[in-house]
Design a protein around this ligand. Structure first.
Ligand code: NAD
Length: 370
């Protein structure tokens, strides 16, 4: 049997509650489908700080580096507001992204038919929406040096952030976007600001060269990032895959997120490069939402973002496309049957808890496998 190793880092707040629902699905897959998942668990965020005085221990970091995939819940909460800066819960997440060199952040925006009416946009604009934003995650203005606030000595200060991109960073993120497009509707739209930024000029040039060299079968378009934001809200279904830098990707993926409703519905994946020896790539899967301290422990958390993150893990780390489709169909079926957690509650629907939603999705999976 194929051995597939997953490290679970449930974290804080609603993290453990939602990860619990994924554990039930993994146990079912092992039993019913012989999937061969081997689970290990570690601590991250406030939970790790309480146990080890750090946002992630060296031992758990080593486990993350060795696992085929990491499933991450959420970190943070008021309990850890005053811990030292370098040990704050988010430091665990940042360390994982940095040490695992997760340069490609994938954020799908899928509008489940049952939720189309609850979007802030018109139903016909979002119904059937299925787009993927590929954001560069380890470069750009969030990391470029110099990055500082200088005292000018005349009562004024100057703040500096530096946007830097090298050719290889643009090549590798655009290759990820083109490869993913081939598994979808085969279209990539690259977004930058080449009209006012030198990094935008290079971005545009390198994406075009990468396309010409290896991906001419994929349809490529370019759009200025501000126009892209407008088009995302006007007619999002024109897009398939959008590839963009760290800063624009941060904003555009949040815009795309709200097309589909609640934070509790949004999964994400962060991928590293393929290891040339093993062909494997480091990867971490996590919901977009945080630890939601306001509802932690009440049973109100929506587990769908976490479960859909696991579906992404099946698709991108284990090449288990059929099983990923099954999970996404089971989520859609549970929603179609009218079940809703608090955050997506609507008229004439049945309010359910985290556990009940997890059980309903599991039951739908069982039906589809029968
Ligand atoms: P949040 O995403 O935790 O919550 C925002 C709002 O959305 C809250 O009202 C919450 O109840 C609701 N919500 C979020 N996920 C939900 C779900 N699955 N089901 C139902 N409702 C859900 O963001 P926040 O309140 O700004 O931050 C809370 C803590 O989480 C902070 O400590 C923050 O630093 C941390 N945070 C962590 C991550 C992460 O771990 N990746 C991301 C964002 C925020």
């Amino acid at each position: 049997m194929t051995k597939r190793t997953i490290l679970l880092l449930a974290g804080d707040g609603i993290g453990p509650e939602t990860v619990e629902e994924v554990k039930k699905i993994i146990a079912w897959m092992n039993e019913a489908l012989g999937a061969g998942f081997e689970l290990d668990e570690g601590l991250v965020g406030g939970a790790a700080y309480d146990a080890h005085g750090a946002a992630i221990s060296e031992e758990d970091m080593a486990k993350a580096m060795a696992a085929d995939a990491v499933l991450f819940g959420a970190v943070g909460g008021p309990k850890w507001d005053d811990v030292p800066y370098e040990a704050r819960p988010e430091a665990g997440l940042l360390r994982l992204r940095k040490d695992m060199e997760l340069f490609a952040n994938l954020r799908p925006a899928i509008c489940y038919p049952a939720l189309a009416a609850s979007s802030s946009l018109k139903q016909e604009v979002v119904e059937g929406l299925d787009i993927l934003i590929v954001r560069e995650l380890t470069g750009g203005v969030y990391f470029g040096e110099p990055k500082e606030v200088i005292d000018l000595g005349n009562g004024q200060k100057r703040a500096i952030d530096t946007q830097i991109y090298d050719t290889f960073e643009i090549e590798r993120i655009s290759s990820v976007a083109f490869e993913l497009a081939r598994t979808r509707s085969n279209k990539v739209c690259s977004m930058e600001k080449r009209n006012v930024m030198k990094s935008g000029v290079l971005w545009n040039e390198v994406v075009s060269q990468t396309h010409a060299a290896d991906y001419q079968d994929v349809e490529l378009t370019h759009m200025l990032a501000d126009a892209g934001g407008m088009q995302l809200v006007r007619w999002p279904k024109q897009f398939d895959v959008i590839v963009t830098d760290n800063l624009f990707g941060d904003m555009l993926s949040d815009v795309a997120a709200m097309l589909t409703g609640s934070l509790g519905m949004l999964p994400s994946a962060s991928l590293g490069a393929h290891d040339p020896k093993t062909g494997k790539r480091k990867a971490m899967y996590e919901p977009v939402h945080g630890s939601a301290p306001d509802i932690a422990g009440t049973g109100a958390a929506n587990p769908i973002a976490m479960i859909a993150s696991f579906a992404m893990c099946l698709r991108y780390s284990f090449n288990m496309t059929k099983e990923a489709d099954m999970i996404e169909a089971a989520i859609a079926a549970a929603l179609d049957s009218g079940l809703r957690t608090d955050d997506i509650m609507a008229e004439d629907c049945v309010r359910v808890s985290t556990i009940e939603m997890g059980d309903a999705i599991l039951a739908e999976l069982g039906k589809s496998a029968a």
